[in-house]
Design a protein around this ligand. Sequence first.
Ligand SMILES: [Zn+2]
Length: 125
Amino acid sequence: MTAAAWQDLVGQDAAVEQLSRAAAEDRPTHAWLFTGPPGSGRSTAARAFAQALQCEVEDPTARGCGQCHACLTVEAGTHADVKVLATENVNYKIDEIRELVAAAQDHPSSGRWRIFIMEDADRMT
Ligand SMILES: [Zn+2]
């Protein structure tokens, strides 16, 4: 069974399988890199993974339900512990990264984890 959060990832069964298994673990690997050409679904995959990690459903294999408060706020971009970072600059500025590192050390405010989705990570030099 595939939880709702993954349904936008059409034709990515292997990735969905790996990410949903990781989300069900107690201690998933702390950083993930989603690679692929523009339009390949990197942001969608990262958001679905964040939903599965924060989902409030008891059964770890059903997380990413798409209906609980955590799933809905991740989708809406308003979850307190899921931040999406993007830069308009050619490279991320060192101050932006310092802020990120400092924020990453805080405890989650309501979710299970603190999650940072960093777009265009290749702009970190
Ligand atoms: Zn949920």
